[in-house]
Structure formats: structure tokens, C-alpha cells
Design a protein around this ligand. Structure first.
Ligand code: IPD
Ligand code: CA
Ligand code: CA
Length: 538
């Protein structure tokens, strides 16, 4: 799978067995290189150690069962590689340790385990003493079967089994000292900084095990083991296709902390942070999702070969609609797993009460398929079925329109506002689908023009930003207009049905679409005056 992805993207690929010592002959530093490990955490650790000297970022694909490091599941490999390829991934530095003891001088990412060397005779002693110093300060004598020194990454393995705390590993530069079957009551783990030097003097023969068997040796009594944080971290790659660390931990260790209905407390948390924090975060996620979706759209724009017709020749859907849809849904799911999403390209479940998203991954598919740049990505967040956040992104001109209810509307970095025009003969109107051409006929000569551009979401954004004064859509689906309505209402524009009643998003309405008249506000009455009661134009 990785190989076919690399071939399709013209990326060179070389396969190495686990444990290969990589040299500069293997890795060309003049090229951008990504390491991909396929296996469980053991394979990831080996790959991490081999790649650390080159600081090559590593993406772990989990083909095992319990993995904390290799976090991309096989079915998500292609999507995760696409995310990396398009720059939609982040790199996390993971603390490593450096250990010297006897013949060993190496680095690791998980833990060093010192365990009393088994006695020759069956009834010999299985415990011994270890004298521990931190930065030359004597901690004391650990009398028992051993000691574990782990990094935050190693905190979910052997350290955890010996009652060590779990560390959130991202940007956590610490080491911890954990007793292993110590025969003194109440010896708790100690967490020290990466710069601390831990020195351990052995009173008896102990075996040293580095990262679960990567190096193993029997050390004689009197040996001093020295452990400190390594200078070079391991660079791990994170995409939205990885399970977040805490989710992976709580689910995989089966702590039973999460009930099936996790949305109760999540919703409570969000409603308390109503506010700015939550909405700003949601707006950020929506903008990033729209930008990410824009990348494959731009790549496929104008070279569409596989077109499906949904109902008639103008109701088309392309591979690009599906790709953009996957990207947006994955981005929203990974940040807000408890929120429902209605998309034109999913099964179109009606949004429940509370927070829900309504998206059109590609609005203006007709333009898109013909290579015309007037198409957009539309993402809205609803609260109790009312849009409170809208993002309309036009990838070709790179125009990002967005609004949060009560916080203004923007185009890229500047605030937008509609026109103040109130004279028809000075105005410019837009029209959506207009089957009998009535709107065009009614307004063409009375205004400075009626344009039919082809993306309902963008039409609304243009009226909100003042590059048109009004727009008429003979029929609309919620995903065509939810984000645009948020933009336009935020700047004081008006959105009604053909009779002048406030426009309402209709869910569960089967194929009954809704007509929409939207304007800068000041022109609205005059536009309405031309609409007949049956929704046609006079
Ligand atoms: C269409 C466009 C078009 C509008 C249609 C929509 P699609 O959406 O927004 O401008 O007039 O009513 O269905 O099919 O390209 O997503
Ligand atoms: Ca649409
Ligand atoms: Ca669409």
C-alpha cells in the first residue's frame, strides 16, 4: 500500500528490515525524507533509534494490536500519507535517554530496566540493592528486584505496569525513576528533568535491559549506571489519522472511564466554554479543514474524468467531491468526535439539537468540472439548527470568508461589510438556479446586471463582502447556504424566503427545496416587491 502510494506520487521508496543500522549512504540528506514503520511499537522504537541521528520524522503504522507509538491504522495509511505530503501533519519531539553502563553506551526512547541477575542456585536471593543519586544528591537505597528509568514515551509500558504515572509525552522532557518490587513500604516514583543525571551504583549483579531487549547485558556489582536525557529527540509525525494519545490510552488500557454516551460531559464542557474559546477553536478547525480540502480540489480542478450524474445532467458529483468530503469529515471528527455532521455527500442525517455541522465539500461542481474557478468549500456549525459559524473558502483565488456569530465577518484578514445601496438601478444582482429565467428577465434591465456565477455559497459570501447587492436562489439545500447565511446575517444583510419570512434551514424536508432571497438589507423590500406569492418573480 505504501509502495503503490509512493509510485503514484513519484516518491522514491526503500525498504529496510527492522534493526538495520542506517548510515548516510542510506539517507540522502539533500532530499526530504519520511520514515514509515510498519509493525507495532517495537518496530517503531527500532526505526526511531535508527533515524534519530538524521532527525528524520517517523510515521508509525500499527499492524499489531496494542500500540501507543505506531498510531495510524492500516486502513488510514493512504490518507495519512496524503496528509503528510500536503503539509497537513505536525512533528512532535519525543524525549530520548542516554545510558552508559559496562559495555553499553546507547540511547533509547522507552526505558532502562535494571533487574537483579538470577541467582545460580534455585533458592539464592532474587533481590539486591541499588543506590540512586540524582545530580549527585543521594536519594537512597532501593532494595528489591530492580528499578525502571523511563521517558514519558516509556511511561505507558513497563513503568505503567509497576504503578508509574502515565506522562503525556508531547513536549514533556522528563525522566522518571520507578521501583520494581521494592521491599520498602511506600516508595513512590520520582520525576526528574531531562537534564538531571541519574547515577545508580549496583550492590550486586544486575541485568540491564534497554528498550525491551534492544540491548541486554549482565552488569557486575559496583558498576555505575548513568542515565540522562539525550540531546537529540525522536521526531514523530502526527496526522489527524492518529488516535489522540489520551484516547488511545484510555481505550486501549480499557480504563472504563468513558461510557458509550460520551457526548453528555463533552457537550456540558462545550456549553460552559460557550464562548469564545470553543467557537474560536471550531472556526480554526473549519478554516483548516476547508484549506486542506482545497488542496486536492486544486489538483483535480479542470481534469475531471469521472463524473457521476445524481439526478440529471446538471446534478453531478466527482471524485473531488468525495475526497474533499473525507478530509473535512476527518478533521471535524478528530476535533469534535461527539458532533453530528450533515454533508451533501454523506447520508444526509438531519442535524440534531445542540452542535452539528453542515457541509458542502464542493459547491459549484459544474464550474469545477468544466475548469471554471468559481467553486467553493462550505462549512457551517449549527447550534440548535441555527448557523453560528460559517466558512466559505474559494481555493482558486485563495479567498477565505468566515464569520462567528456576534464577532464580525472576515475575508482573509480583513473585516467585510455589504454595500449600502438602496436603488435597484445602481445595483448588481446574482442569481442561482433560475429554471425559467424569470429572475433574469425581471431584474436584468432594472439593475446594472444579473450574474449567474454557479456557487450558492460563494454568492452569499460576495453579497456579505459587498461585491454584489443581492442574490436569488430558486431552490436551496441547507449545505448550499448554511455557512453563507451566517456570513450575511453577521454583517447585517437580510435572508428571507420569497415571501419575506426569515429564511429557515429545512431538514427532513425530502426533496422539498427552499427558495431564498438574500441582500445587503437596504435593497430587500424592493426585491421582495417583485416576488409573487408562489415564489416566482414578476
Ligand atoms: C449547486 C450550486 C449552484 C446552485 C444549486 C446547487 P453543487 O451546488 O450551488 O450554484 O444553483 O442549487 O445545488 O451541486 O455544485 O454542490
Ligand atoms: Ca451545493
Ligand atoms: Ca456540492
Amino acid at each position: 500500500m505504501v509502495e503503490s502510494w509512493a509510485t503514484a506520487h513519484d516518491v522514491d521508496m526503500t525498504v529496510f528490515d527492522v534493526g538495520t543500522e542506517l548510515t548516510s549512504e542510506h539517507i540522502d540528506r539533500t532530499k526530504t525524507t519520511l520514515g514509515v514503520s510498519i509493525g507495532g511499537d517495537g518496530t517503531f522504537l527500532e526505526a526511531a533509534r535508527s533515524l534519530a541521528p538524521f532527525q528524520t520524522p517517523l510515521l508509525g503504522v500499527n499492524s499489531g494490536t496494542l500500540a501507543f507509538l505506531a498510531r495510524v491504522e492500516p486502513q488510514d495509511v493512504e490518507a495519512a500519507l496524503n496528509a503528510v505530503y500536503r503539509g497537513r501533519a505536525s512533528i512532535n519531539a519525543r524525549q530520548q535517554y542516554e545510558v552508559t553502563a559496562g559495555e553499553i553506551e546507547t540511547t533509547g526512547i522507552n526505558e532502562v530496566f535494571l533487574q537483579k541477575h538470577p541467582p545460580e542456585e534455585r533458592y539464592g536471593t532474587k533481590v539486591g540493592s541499588l543506590h540512586v543519586f540524582v545530580d549527585r544528591e543521594y536519594v537512597g537505597e532501593y532494595f528489591g528486584s530492580g528499578l525502571i528509568i523511563s521517558t514519558p514515551t516509556g511511561s505507558t509500558g513497563r513503568a505503567y505496569s509497576n504503578h508509574g504515572p502515565v506522562h503525556y509525552p508531547q513536549n514533556n522532557r522528563t525522566l522518571q525513576i520507578i521501583p520494581h518490587e521494592t521491599i520498602s513500604a511506600a516508595v513512590d516514583p520520582i520525576v526528574v528533568s531531562q537534564d538531571s543525571e541519574i547515577e545508580i551504583v549496583l550492590d550486586a549483579d544486575f541485568d540491564i535491559d534497554v528498550d525491551g531487549g534492544r540491548r541486554f547485558e549482565c552488569l557486575e556489582a559496583e558498576t555505575v549506571v548513568r542515565i540522562t536525557g539525550a540531546d537529540q529527540p525522536v521526531q514523530t509525525v502526527r496526522t489527524s489519522y492518529d488516535d489522540p494519545f489520551i484516547t488511545a490510552m484510555v481505550d486501549k488500557l480499557d480504563w472504563g472511564l468513558r461510557s458509550v454516551e460520551a457526548d453528555g460531559p463533552q457537550a456540558a464542557l462545550e456549553s460552559q466554554s460557550t464562548s469564545d474559546d470553543f467557537k474560536q477553536r471550531a472556526a480554526h478547525v473549519a478554516r483548516e479543514a476547508a484549506r486542506s480540502a482545497g488542496e486536492p480540489l486544486q489538483e483535480l480542478h479542470g481534469q475531471v474524468e469521472n463524473i457521476e450524474y445524481k439526478t440529471d445532467k446538471s446534478d453531478i458529483v466527482t471524485e473531488a467531491d468525495y475526497q474533499a468530503n473525507d478530509i473535512i469529515q476527518t478533521a471535524i471528527n478528530s476535533e469534535f468526535p461527539q458532533h453530528a455532521i450533515q454533508s451533501e455527500e454523506n447520508d444526509q442525517i438531519a442535524p440534531p439539537e445542540g452542535y452539528a455541522w453542515v457541509i458542502d465539500p464542493l459547491d459549484g461542481t459544474g464550474n469545477f468540472a468544466h475548469g471554471n474557478p468559481n467553486y467553493s468549500v462550505s462549512i457551517a456549525l449549527l447550534e440548535n439548527r441555527k448557523p453560528i459559524l460559517g466558512v466559505v473558502y474559494a481555493p482558486e483565488p485563495g479567498e477565505m470568508f468566515y464569520a462567528i456569530e456576534g464577532e464580525g465577518a472576515y475575508q482573509n484578514d480583513h473585516e467585510i461589510e455589504p454595500t449600502l445601496r438602496d436603488r435597484l438601478d445602481e445595483s448588481m444582482l446574482l442569481s442561482g438556479y433560475d429554471p425559467s429565467g424569470e429572475f433574469l428577465q425581471a431584474f436584468y434591465h432594472e439593475t446594472q446586471g444579473v450574474r449567474r456565477l454557479g456557487s450558492a455559497a460563494l454568492n452569499l459570501a460576495y453579497v456579505a463582502a459587498g461585491s454584489a447587492d443581492g442574490v436569488w436562489e430558486h431552490d436551496t439545500h441547507p449545505w448550499d447556504v448554511a455557512a453563507g447565511i451566517c456570513l450575511l446575517r453577521e454583517v447585517g444583510g437580510e435572508v428571507t424566503d420569497q415571501h419575506g419570512n426569515p429564511y429557515e434551514l429545512k431538514f427532513n424536508a425530502g426533496d422539498q427545496r427552499t427558495a431564498m432571497l438574500a441582500s445587503n438589507g437596504s435593497l430587500h423590500e424592493q426585491l421582495l416587491a417583485h416576488m409573487k406569492a408562489d415564489g416566482s418573480v414578476q
